[in-house]
Design a protein around this ligand. Structure first.
Ligand SMILES: NC(=O)c1ccc[n+]([C@@H]2O[C@H](COP(=O)([O-])OP(=O)(O)OC[C@H]3O[C@@H](n4cnc5c(N)ncnc54)[C@H](OP(=O)(O)O)[C@@H]3O)[C@@H](O)[C@H]2O)c1
Length: 266
């Protein structure tokens, strides 16, 4: 990754909530931003407010082949894509286990997430191998490599990943998938040529359209959440709770036996 090149970031799920707030944080930090989601007009409105160049890609991540094609087209349209943030997600209370919301949750949070996480890695790894060829081709070590990482993938999971939820079973299970998948990618990166940073973000409650509780506590604004995530990106963290005190809840759920968890969540 060349330091002279303008940095670029793609945010999938940038039309609202955490993704929208993060678009502002990253643009303020100098990134050109690729904004992706289904609602084109909202993406354009977000882009118009940014201080850097914005690129808009309409995509429905449940249409996985189209979403991957749209992702690679967006990469081509931007001068550089150094950072990919996967924030797109849905979650609905579904105690009656209706199939449609369970399926949509899995389609967006698991299938859509994985389709784009793999696309992001494919982009970073092909860029690394192109730049390595240029570097080795030079023969004098005067190529484009300069010690920076080859890319950075950030996935927005949730503290919900830590426990089974009787009100939204698919949502919590989908976030467990996201967290474990990203951990797998980090282990995989250890064996790869490309130096790609993988960050797992686990927020507690954030005040957005999807806030999944009638009785939320420790609620962060999307702006506060975005500021925490931007700092974790700068620090190239593997994992971050948003806000930090949510780690206590996470640790608690890890430690407690299932019957005790059941008394808390039912
Ligand atoms: N809010 C919370 O309390 C909370 C807590 C922990 C984790 N999270 C996670 O944070 C992430 C962002 O959520 P948020 O709170 O910012 O929710 P939000 O305000 O509802 O935003 C969700 C974003 O996902 C996009 N999206 C949903 N379905 C999509 C699809 N099929 N294709 C493409 N984009 C899609 C939406 O865009 P379009 O509708 O325009 O497509 C929107 O940009 C999610 O992964 C969520 O699970 C949220």
């Amino acid at each position: 990754m060349s330091q002279t090149r303008a940095r670029g970031a793609i945010i999938v799920g940038a039309s609202a909530g955490i993704g929208e707030a993060l678009a502002h944080e990253l643009a303020d930090a100098g990134y050109a931003v690729g904004l992706a989601a289904r609602r084109t007009e909202r993406l354009k409105a977000v882009g118009a407010e940014l201080p850097t160049q914005a690129y808009v890609a309409t995509m429905d991540v449940t249409d996985v082949e189209d979403a991957r094609t749209g992702f690679f087209e967006l990469v081509e349209a931007m001068p550089s894509v150094d950072l990919v943030v996967l924030s797109a997600g849905v979650g609905t209370g579904n105690r009656d286990l209706e199939w449609a919301p369970e399926r949509e949750t899995i389609d967006v949070n698991v299938r859509g997430f994985t389709a784009l996480a793999t696309a992001a890695l494919e982009h970073f790894e092909s860029r690394e191998s192109r730049e390595r060829d240029e570097y080795e081709g030079d023969g004098n070590g005067n190529g484009t490599q300069n010690g920076d990482t080859d890319g950075h993938l950030v996935g927005i999971s949730s503290v919900a990943a830590r426990f089974g939820n009787p009100n939204a079973p698919a949502y919590n299970a989908s976030k467990a998938f996201v967290s474990t998948y990203l951990e797998g990618l980090r282990h995989r990166q250890a064996t790869r040529e490309a130096d790609v940073t993988i960050t797992t973000v686990e927020p507690g409650y954030v005040d957005t359209e999807m806030l999944l509780s009638d009785d939320p506590f420790w609620v962060a604004s999307p702006e506060t959440a975005a500021a925490h995530i931007a700092r974790a990106i700068r620090q190239e963290r593997s994992h971050v709770y948003v806000t930090r005190r949510w780690r206590l809840v996470s640790w608690l759920f890890e430690l407690l036996p299932e019957p005790v968890v059941r008394r808390i969540v039912t």
